[in-house]
Design a protein around this ligand. Structure first.
Ligand SMILES: Nc1ncnc2c1ncn2[C@@H]1O[C@H](COP(=O)(O)OP(=O)(O)O)[C@@H](O)[C@H]1O
Ligand SMILES: [Mg+2]
Length: 391
């Protein structure tokens, strides 16, 4: 089955579209990636998303406009992926949408809202669309995140030692697949969320992120600010847990800077980069991880990955590309896998990962141009993901 996965994370920098041929053979899920494209949001839509994200107040009118605008942008990305990656031929689109709110109270997730009306994608491509993948896990008592835990676990299974996957998006999440124990997956805290917020703030919006970590490299870490930031109770919560920009946003950072003023912007960037490295490393260490497969936009920041390596002597770091999964396509491919599981009647969650009462069949399905025909439910769930690299 040829599947297109669409993803935009909390950084809302771009829509990542990736396609793959997926085949289930007994306990092995074979994946042949067909490539990826990154489609930037139009400037006005991007600004509208930024203006509606927490802690901003918004209106249902704005939410309605965003649902349409994001749906149309995702539809545009899907049409391009269909033509450019799939030669015009695919069976299914899986759309994560854009997270606008992840509603966490006292560590429990009460709801989550991803916008990007899937009807636009179905209308533009003629293909059925699986969307809204997080809600069912939340209804089953789970965090609804991180949903990459399933794909990560299938990918990591069989690697030596205690392997883990780390994605450095706006938020950082890890999946640990230790042999003979249930996998765990959780958000460790911010990866780029606070860094990006700081860069935008200090440059009045002229820059979106700390390109290659240059600012952080030129700055000096401020130990007092780091200590204050590390005091955040989220880091001490046990897994399963998830977080988002509802917590880690600019006003959060500005409050910390009010308490511990740091004059030099680059010093703030250096400190925030260290904050990500330390919180990631603490989580990795707590689970006895021996090798860490890294993906996400933060993998392009050598200062950040350097600090993570420095905090984790003895742990091998490798890009997910080394396992055949391009690091910028990993999340989109993970969602392609989740939609594939859904249409085959297979659960996409691990209760040990999200904390739900049971594994769930994820998502809502929007029919394409033709009547909806689902494959026969698969008899066995996959136990591993085999990525076929182009020879
Ligand atoms: N060349 C780079 N140098 C430094 N940081 C980068 C670079 N490329 C991407 N990033 C960081 O990665 C973020 C986007 O990562 P991504 O995996 O798309 O996150 P999300 O899933 O939250 O959208 C950017 O906002 C930026 O902080
Ligand atoms: Mg992104």
């Amino acid at each position: 089955m040829r599947v297109i996965g669409l993803m935009s994370g909390t950084s809302y920098d771009a829509i990542e579209a990736a396609a793959a041929d997926l085949t289930l053979e007994g306990e092995t899920l074979r994946m042949r990636p067909l490539g990826r494209i990154s489609v930037a949001y139009p400037d006005d839509l991007r600004a509208a998303i930024g203006a509606a994200l927490p802690p901003a107040a918004t209106s249902t009118e704005a939410v309605c406009a965003l649902d349409t605008g994001i749906g149309q942008a995702f539809a545009g990305a899907a049409v391009r992926a269909l033509a450019e990656l799939c030669g015009g031929d695919a069976d299914l689109v899986v759309s994560h949408g854009q997270t606008m709110h992840h509603w966490v109270r006292d560590g429990a997730v009460l709801g989550t809202l991803q916008l990007g009306q899937p009807a636009w994608i179905a209308e533009a491509t003629g293909l059925p669309v699986v969307s809204d993948l997080r809600a069912r896990d939340i209804a089953a008592g789970g965090q609804g995140a991180p949903l990459v835990g399933m794909t990560d676990t299938l990918l990591l299974r069989g690697l030596p030692g205690v392997p883990a996957a780390l994605n450095l998006g706006g938020i950082a999440n890890i999946t640990v697949a230790a042999p003979d124990t249930d996998p765990v997956a959780f958000d460790t805290g911010p990866a780029n969320a606070l860094l990006d917020a700081a860069v935008r703030h200090f440059t009045d919006g002229a820059r979106e992120y700390d390109e290659s970590g240059r600012g952080a490299a030129a700055g000096r870490e401020a130990p007092e600010l780091l200590r204050l930031l590390l005091d955040e109770p989220y880091y001490r919560l046990p897994a399963p847990k998830s977080t988002g920009k509802e917590l880690f946003h600019l006003p959060y950072l500005l409050r910390a800077l009010d308490a511990v003023p740091v004059a030099e912007p680059n010093d703030v960037l250096a400190t925030l980069t260290r904050l990500t490295a330390v919180t990631v490393a603490d989580a990795v260490r707590a689970h006895g991880v021996t090798q860490l497969v890294v993906s996400g936009g933060g993998a392009h920041n050598p200062v950040l990955t350097g600090m993570i390596a420095e905090e984790l002597p003895g742990v091998r770091l490798l890009p997910s590309d080394d396992l055949g999964v391009p690091s910028d396509a990993k999340e989109a491919l993970a969602f392609a896998v989740l939609g594939f599981l859904t249409v085959h009647g297979l659960p996409g969650t691990l209760p040990s990962g999200t904390g739900a009462r049971h594994p769930s069949l994820l998502g809502s399905i929007t029919p394409g141009r033709l009547p909806l025909r689902l494959p026969e439910p698969a008899a066995t769930a996959p136990r591993r993901l085999l990525v076929e690299t182009p020879s």
